[in-house]
Design a protein around this ligand. Structure first.
Ligand SMILES: *Cc1c(COP(=O)(O)O)cnc(C)c1O
Length: 413
């Protein structure tokens, strides 16, 4: 057999697809440009300077003054896993506030850690009342409470006001997965009083997946350092400790990652330089726009999407009061082949909309308007295309209603 012709596959030249699903979305062009900047050595003063800038840029994005605000190298899930594996030791009781697929992910990761898992749940399409969390915390005596902010699987945003206070009063630590909301809805780590919050770039921050911003309270950092260095006799991997078995993860050991991001610059992994440039530019774009302006833009997009879908005669999924602004679920009408519509959207209009998971699979589509794609024209184009694709599938709907309804809703205060 001959060798593979290196020209066979050609240069990467993807279609200009408009990504209007629950993420990933199209990256902001400034972010893509930043990623093509030249590389630096990981201890180069310019590079460590950029790392410090990233720490400063992400504090306002998380609504925090936490010193430990940095990146975990990996997709959003990497920071979720790093948080749980660093906060929780085998046998610890963890209360998971579960209202969707990403609550189930927390449970799955905690099972691997060997935590004792308790849950407080809401049906898909609802959120968990704070009183129910308080009751479950008192009942279980959990050491850590873990939850999701916006769960894209159900399009619900869990209210988190008061969660931190509740946990601290009970001597518990709190973890929040804010991947789907960061940069699009307010993240108020300090006001919520929560200990560890993590995100990703590929939703409302308008970047590619592959870097996960994280913020850690001093109190949680203390716990993480103490567990690694003292309680379990675990020290850095370049020091022979001989103090008993190591547990958890090396790559996702937040104590080691914090040492790397500290003035000590203790080597752990090699910082993912191009992703750090991306994360830095995502935050610069967000702060440059102004966070409040950005949240308003996402709210306008969500309102317009919802109004447009309703004007088509479709039924929007989930409780209105707790719906995320940046992703909207909508029931697939009876007799319509959901996948055929998604295919037509892609092949006729180069637009991607989302399918659904678990109990909602085949029942709803999820339409996102996040980050760089939370723009009026992109919402209007998506609605116009969906109207045509629904008609192609034989669904009788009033033509030409959705776009004007969305335009009006965008501008309604
Ligand atoms: C999209 C999403 C993730 C994604 O994690 P990745 O590892 O970046 O794929 C995690 N949590 C929530 C709530 C999400 O919406």
């Amino acid at each position: 057999m001959s060798e593979l012709d290196p020209l066979l596959f050609g240069e990467i030249d993807p279609p200009q697809r408009l990504l209007m699903g629950p993420g990933p979305i199209n990256a902001h062009p400034r972010v893509l440009r930043a990623m093509s900047a030249d590389l630096l050595g990981q201890f180069d003063p310019e590079m460590t300077g950029f790392m410090n800038q990233v720490m400063a840029l992400y504090r306002p994005v998380f609504g925090t003054e936490n010193k430990w605000t940095m990146l975990v190298d990996g997709t959003a899930r990497s920071a979720i896993e790093a948080s749980l594996v660093s906060l929780v030791t085998p046998g610890d009781t963890v209360l998971v506030v579960n209202f969707g697929r990403f609550g189930l992910l927390l449970i799955e990761i905690l099972q691997r850690i060997g935590a004792k898992i308790e849950t407080v749940e809401a049906p898909w399409g609802e959120t968990v009342p704070m009183e129910a969390i308080a009751e479950a915390l008192a009942r279980t005596g959990a050491k850590v409470v873990a939850t999701v902010h916006g769960d894209t699987s159900t399009t619900m945003a869990q209210p988190l006001e008061g969660l931190g206070e509740l946990c601290r009063a009970a001597g518990a630590y709190s973890y929040v997965d804010a991947t789907a909301t960061i940069g699009g809805m307010e993240i108020a780590a300090d006001r919520w009083g929560v200990d560890v919050v993590t995100g990703g770039l590929q939703k409302c921050l308008g970047g590619p997946s592959g870097s996960a911003p994280i913020t850690i309270s001093d109190r949680a950092a203390e716990l993480i350092f103490s567990r690694r260095h003292v309680e379990k006799g675990i020290v850095r991997d370049d020091i022979a400790d001989g103090q008993g078995p190591r547990i958890g993860s090396n790559y996702f050991d937040l104590a080691m990652i914090m040492d790397y991001w500290s003035e000590k610059r203790l080597n752990h992994h090699t910082e993912a330089t191009s992703m750090l440039y991306a994360a830095r530019e995502c935050a610069r774009v967000a702060l440059g726009e102004g966070l409040q302006t950005r949240f308003t833009r996402h709210a306008e997009a969500g309102r317009a999407m919802t109004a447009g879908l309703r004007a088509m005669g479709l039924t929007v999924f989930g409780a209105d009061a707790t719906r995320m602004t940046n992703v909207t679920g909508v029931y697939i009408p009876d007799g319509v082949d959901g996948e055929a519509v998604r295919t037509a959207m892609r092949t006729q209009f180069e637009i991607e909309i989302g399918t659904a998971f678990g109990p909602l699979a085949g029942r709803i589509w999820r339409l996102g308007a996040m980050g760089y794609n939370a723009q009026k024209h992109k919402v209007l184009i998506t609605l116009g295309a969906l109207e045509v694709c629904l008609r192609m599938q034989g669904f009788a709907l009033p033509l030409g209603e959705a776009v004007p309804a969305a335009m009006q809703a965008w501008d309604a205060a």
